[in-house]
Ligand binder design. Structure first.
Ligand code: PMP
Length: 407
């Protein structure tokens, strides 16, 4: 329900109307309400690991609190955490990173915001993946720049449509945002695609924001960062965080790695916005990076195993076709056939009916941006950051729902 301002109050700034919400959180609120009413909802909605944070990380935070770490810290993060991040990013991306290039923030999301705010002027164009994480487009629009979609298509296995990307570049393109592995498609950019994007970025002299929050969840082969391609480190801003890999969504901690001048500019934004990230959370993050990794590795193995199960089960439903995700914890099936047989015009209608009639929450494609030109198929996203048991039960419900409709 929309609450209207009482008459007589001054209005909001124009820009406030340009900021979009994130449907995953809206669906989460509905799921929680329905559950509170006693409905046995299975949620494939919000992308949040179902595992608890590993105990060694929790203990590190408790010890930090007991030791009195309850005060402000430096805006860009505790030096020890920035050191730990620099060394981890150097190892995982094969580039030399030092602590002055690292900025810590309360989540990866604020760093996406700060990057766009720091680099982009009104009227500049920002290329973003579509379907993609909704924040990129929303923040770009809010800041008065122009978001330009970079279509991810099923035909290219949700990798990169190079012709479309080259055609989207203009003299106003200032920033290219990539997200590999991708939310919501589970697609991973191939090395040749990264090289192609790097070449365009150099040719057109633009920045690249590489959202690498799912980099430790790549199912086949090694993760490759665009920052490690020749000549790319200075113009790339890597953002990553602890939410997904270490099951720490509610802790709110993430980081960016960038040119030191940009890192100082970002730290200034942080001073003005949040002052700093909670210090005991940062101590927990140091433990996450320096402590035993058995649990995060187990999470990653489990997500890979679930991916196989989800894809096989979905492909057993008439009218649903699901490509194998190559990373992250999302499946993005094409549900055009099922929509047609059930008489739904769109995946939105299908998702709505699934939630209210079959007690299963999924997020339709529209939660991740408007259709690209020429895009006619219907998709929804399921996260498999939920137990095997829930996966089996939830997809069985979807199957029964589709088959019931077809009788
Ligand atoms: N980037 C992507 C692609 C994501 O999917 C998410 C979380 N859904 C984030 C960033 C935000 O992560 P954090 O919790 O670290 O802010």
């Amino acid at each position: 329900m929309t609450a209207y301002l009482p008459p007589g109050l001054p209005g909001f700034a124009h820009r406030s109307g340009r900021l979009a919400g994130e449907s995953a959180f809206d669906v989460l609120a509905v799921v929680n309400r329905l559950r509170a009413e006693g409905r046995p909802i299975i949620s494939f909605g919000i992308g949040e690991p179902d595992f608890p944070t590993p105990p060694n990380i929790v203990e590190a935070a408790k010890a930090a609190l007991d030791a009195g770490m309850t005060r402000y810290g430096p805006s860009n993060g505790l030096p020890e955490l920035r050191e730990a991040i620099a060394s981890d990013v150097s190892d995982t991306r094969g580039i030399a990173v030092d602590a002055e290039q690292v900025v810590v923030a309360p989540g990866t999301k604020p760093l996406i915001f700060y990057t766009i705010a720091t680099l982009v002027n009104e009227g500049d164009e920002v290329l973003y993946p579509n379907p993609g994480f909704p924040t990129y487009e929303s923040v770009t629009r809010w800041l008065g720049a122009t978001p330009v979609p970079m279509p991810l298509t099923e035909a290219s296995e949700f990798g990169c449509d190079r012709d479309a990307l080259a055609a989207a570049m203009t003299p106003r393109t200032k920033l290219i945002i990539i997200n590999s592995p991708n939310n919501p498609t589970g697609g991973v950019l191939a090395a040749v695609d990264l090289a192609f994007i790097a070449e365009l970025a150099v040719q057109h002299n633009c920045w690249v924001l590489s959202d690498e929050i799912y980099s430790r969840l790549v199912f086949d082969g090694e993760f490759l960062s665009i920052a490690s391609l020749p000549g790319m480190q200075d113009r790339t801003i890597i953002v990553d965080g602890f939410s997904k890999t270490f099951a720490m969504t509610g802790w709110r901690i993430g980081y960016g790695v960038m040119h030191p001048s940009l890192a100082s500019a970002m730290a200034r934004v942080e001073t003005n916005v949040e002052s700093c990230t909670a210090t005991f959370t940062q101590v927990a993050a140091i433990e996450a990076l320096r402590g035993p990794r058995d649990e995060p590795f187990r999470f990653a193995r489990e997500f890979a195993a679930r991916a196989e199960v989800v894809v096989n089960l979905l492909n057993g439903i008439p009218g649903i076709r699901c490509a194998r995700p190559r990373g992250a914890f999302y499946a993005f099936p094409n549900v055009s056939g099922a929509c047609k047989s059930l008489g739904f015009e769109t995946a939105d209608e299908f998702a709505h009916a699934l939630l209210h009639e079959a007690d299963v929450a999924v997020l339709p494609r529209s939660c991740f941006g408007a259709r690209n030109t020429g895009e006619t198929d219907e998709y929804f996203r399921l996260t498999f950051a939920t137990s095997m048991e829930q996966i089996h039960e939830g997809i069985a419900r979807i199957k029964a729902f589709v088959e019931r409709g077809r009788q």
